[in-house]
Design a protein around this ligand. Structure first.
Ligand SMILES: C[S@@+](CC[C@H](N)C(=O)[O-])C[C@H]1O[C@@H](n2cnc3c(N)ncnc32)[C@H](O)[C@@H]1O
Length: 146
């Protein structure tokens, strides 16, 4: 199962770029994680590209209005997806400055939040990668998550 994180535009904020690099480096030990950076643009364009690039994937739209889950619930969801023999790609989708379009929300399998606060998209990316790292260590029984 390949886990992809999609974001529009390379992180420009220095602190976000360093956070992204750090968690991607840490995630390398845990298998198939990839960050895909799409061209930046308005919500319509970015959502259309996200849909185009994730055809056939299990799509998780990240959105402040989404469902709030615990880290353990994220880990349980990963476990269930792995049990499914048919699931090759799970993709996490971060939206543009004005968020995801309604079409993308409808086409997503899950809509999850990272918090109920509105985060700048590069900060949302760092929080998401840290959470994926946390889930990976939790599932291996490693002591990072407590
Ligand atoms: C600046 S936010 C967009 C805010 C926009 N007003 C909206 O209604 O979605 C850009 C992207 O960052 C991600 N994001 C920001 N805050 C988030 C949160 N608390 N939980 C999950 N994703 C978030 C989402 O993918 C969002 O589309």
């Amino acid at each position: 199962m390949r886990i992809r994180v999609f974001v529009a535009g390379k992180p420009a904020l220095d602190h976000a770029r360093r956070g992204v690099e750090e968690y991607l480096k840490r995630l390398r030990r845990y298998g198939n994680f990839e960050l895909v950076v799409l061209k930046a643009g308005d919500s319509e364009t970015v959502s259309a590209h996200l849909l185009d690039r994730t055809e056939g994937h299990l799509r998780i739209a990240l959105d402040e209005r989404g469902k709030a889950l615990t880290t353990q619930q994220w880990a349980d969801a990963f476990g269930q997806w792995e049990q499914r023999g048919d699931l090759k790609h799970v993709s996490f989708l971060i939206g543009a400055s004005d968020g995801h379009t309604e079409a993308l929300r409808r086409a997503s399998d899950r809509i999850w939040q990272l918090s109920s606060l509105t985060l700048q998209h590069e900060i949302a990316l760092v929080v998401l990668l840290e959470q994926l790292y946390r889930v990976a260590t939790l599932r291996k029984g490693e002591p990072y998550h407590r």
